[in-house]
Design a protein around this ligand. Structure first.
Ligand code: ATP
Ligand code: MG
Length: 624
């Protein structure tokens, strides 16, 4: 059952149980109230019966003392009270027998009492009649005979027994009421217990459901993040695909035209040469005209060569090449092209592999890059040319179209110039795309570099930050002198053996480029770390201020407003224990030598594999 359904089901169960408890409570309360009322009614009944019994006894005594008073004093007034008592006697007896009609024992007593009462009244009447007939002796004799007293004693005994009976009944009912009260108390306690248990159960259940909800929300969020990551990656790949299809189509078009145009130019140039030789001795004006025509044709031929280079149709003569020797050899030419305002630095890797390319074309590619860099640094700056061995892995190949995973030699050209905004970056390789004024640039420089590197089986990547600079990396395939057997490939990333992180290790990722940030964040999450993201330095500082548990900050070096170095300084000032890993598209040397970062910082240069990232992060976190 899904957590939501479980939650609803347990809620319904709770409500049903609640209603059942309420119904039970109501039943117990109503029953107790009913018993209380019944007991009250019985108590009143007992009081009535007892008071009637007292009254009965009182009436008997009143009749008797009225009779005695009359006999002693012959005063008729005594007879009034006597007559009144005798008249009321049957009324009280009837009321009594009505009151105790449910009690056979009491009814029996009343039945016994009735003839005795009648006999007693007869004796009184007889004595009064004797007195009236002036038979005083007889009347006194009657009184003295003790018949009246015997009747009275018997009646008294019956009345006492009835009173006792009633008293016993009343006590019995009181005991029953008390027992009912006990039941009520027990029920209340039981109810209290049930309510408490129910509340505890509901609380625990709700907590369990909340945890389940939280877990499903977390997994939803992870799935969502993965989806977003995947979508972003797809969008990036689609855009790369469009770009490469566009370049492909343009290549076909320009390649076809350039090829024919080249043939025609060949004819024109050859004809001009012939003409020039034939007119060598004639008018200098003609020769000048032919020379300028030839100059134009040469420029056109140069452009056609670049177009052919872009369309990957130029004839290449690849030869094994040591990139370090090559860079040393071209650096003089590059220095001349850069002029005096720009400093040139070359950083050559030891143990560099060889590659196999057309040296002449590589030369013009490097010169093209150098000239672009010079144009981007009108007020001077620094150009770094660097070489390194590189392994482009499966992950990098998935992120970048047309890349075959494998070993490459990298030549990177980095400047400290104005950089490229995204809209320029996305078109930089397009033929004839230029931001330079008419007559200054043809827009074929990067097209040529791209076409040539692709034709050589390599890969080009541009990292650029507006106002900061640009780094262009050329990846040329490694050339193995011994063709077979092939060298054992470098170990691929093995996700299961990666040095992983723990969820309690929180990593803050700071990167202004949304796609790059998402991709890095996804990678770090896959390694098992928890991740928070920040778009810029300010946001990162805000997060650091709020959260004390950030173990590592992974930050881009070049960002608008606040760069990685400043961010790291401010962050570490706030949290001394915070570790920092810098990431950059530039090469390490370009970044460090240009004074952007200190020498001993932890830096990872793009492109990096997940394994490299994993190893670097663990190394930093474990070096505490
Ligand atoms: N290092 C760089 N820094 C900043 N922007 C650059 C850099 N390299 C190239 N660009 C941008 O890319 C555009 C295209 O460059 P590309 O080399 O293809 O042509 P171009 O330099 O304009 O002309 P051409 O090379 O034919 O003289 C440039 O106009 C410029 O806007
Ligand atoms: Mg150029």
């Amino acid at each position: 059952m899904s957590p939501t359904r479980k939650f609803v089901a347990s809620g319904l169960f709770g409500i049903a149980l609640g209603f059942a408890v309420l119904a039970l409570a109501s039943y117990v309360a109503v029953r107790a109230e009913f018993q209380r009322r019944t007991a009250g009614a019985w108590l009143r009944h007992t009081i009535h019966v007892q008071s009637d019994l007292y009254q009965l006894y009182g009436l008997l005594q009143a009749a008797e003392s009225g009779q005695r008073g009359f006999i002693i004093t012959q005063d008729e007034r005594y007879l009034d009270a006597c007559a009144e008592a005798v008249r009321k006697l049957p009324v009280v007896v009837d009321r009594l027998s009505e009151s105790v009609r449910d009690d056979p024992k009491q009814l029996e007593a009343i039945a016994e009492m009735r003839p005795l009462l009648g006999a007693r009244v007869e004796i009184i009447d007889e004595a009064i009649a004797d007195m009236r007939a002036l038979r005083v002796d007889k009347a006194v004799q009657l009184v003295k005979s003790g018949r009246g007293k015997a009747l009275m004693d018997r009646l008294h005994a019956i009345i006492n027994t009835m009173t006792e009976n009633e008293q016993n009944l009343s006590e019995k009912r009181e005991r029953e009421l008390h027992a009912a009260g006990g039941e009520f108390d027990a029920a209340v306690w039981a109810l209290g217990g049930i309510i408490f248990t129910l509340a505890a159960f509901s609380f625990l259940n709700a907590q369990k459901q909340m945890n389940a909800l939280q877990r499903s929300r977390d997994s939803l969020k992870t799935a969502y993040d993965q989806l977003i990551g995947e979508t972003t990656r797809r969008e990036a790949l689609e855009s790369q695909l469009r770009q490469s299809q566009k370049l492909e189509a343009l290549g076909h078009l320009t390649g076809g035209i350039a090829h024919d145009f080249n043939n025609m130019l060949g004819v024109i140039v050859a004809s001009l040469h012939l003409l020039r030789r034939k007119l060598a001795d004639s008018n200098g004006d003609y020769v000048q005209l032919i020379d300028s025509a030839m100059d134009g044709a040469d420029r056109a031929a140069a452009m056609v060569r670049r177009l052919l280079a872009f369309s990957r149709r130029q004839p290449l003569s690849p030869r094994p090449l040591d990139p370090n020797k090559f860079v040393s050899a071209v650096s003089d030419m590059v220095r001349r092209a850069l002029g005096e305002k720009i400093e040139l630095e070359t950083v050559l890797a030891g143990g560099l592999w060889t590659t196999k390319v057309d040296q002449h074309e590589l030369e013009s590619a490097i010169v093209n890059l150098a000239v672009n860099a010079r144009d981007a640094m009108p007020n001077g700056g620094k150009l770094t040319i660097e070489t390194a061995n590189c392994f482009l892995d499966d992950a990098y190949a998935t992120e970048n179209m047309e890349v075959t995973p494998g070993q490459y030699v990298m030549i990177a050209v980095t400047d400290t110039g104005q950089g490229m905004p995204p809209e320029v970056l996305s078109q930089a390789f397009d033929p004839f795309f230029t931001t330079k004024p008419t007559g200054k640039g043809t827009g074929l420089g990067l097209s040529q570099v791209h076409g040539f590197v692709k034709q050589s089986g390599g890969h080009v990547k541009i990292y650029s930050e507006p106002e900061r600079g640009t780094c262009i990396k050329l990846y040329l395939p490694r050339f193995n002198h011994v063709e077979a057997p092939a060298e054992a490939p470098l170990p691929r990333s093995r996700p299961l053996e990666l040095p992983l992180g723990r969820p309690e290790e929180l990593v803050l990722i700071v990167e202004d480029d949304d796609t790059a940030r998402r991709v890095t964040a996804q990678g770090v999450r896959e390694l098992g770390y928890s991740v928070v993201e920040a778009e810029n330095g300010r946001e990162a500082i805000d997060i650091i201020r709020r959260r004390a548990d950030i173990a590592l900050m992974v930050t881009d070096v070049v960002m608008p407003d606040m760069d990685g170095a400043r961010l790291a300084r401010e962050a570490v000032f706030r949290r001394h224990s915070l570790r920092v890993l810098f990431i950059t598209g530039y090469t390490r040397n370009a970044i460090v030598h240009n004074g952007v970062l200190d020498k001993d910082v932890k830096l990872l240069t793009k492109p990096f594999t997940l394994e490299q990232l994993a190893v670097k992060m663990r190394e930093i976190l474990d070096s505490r």
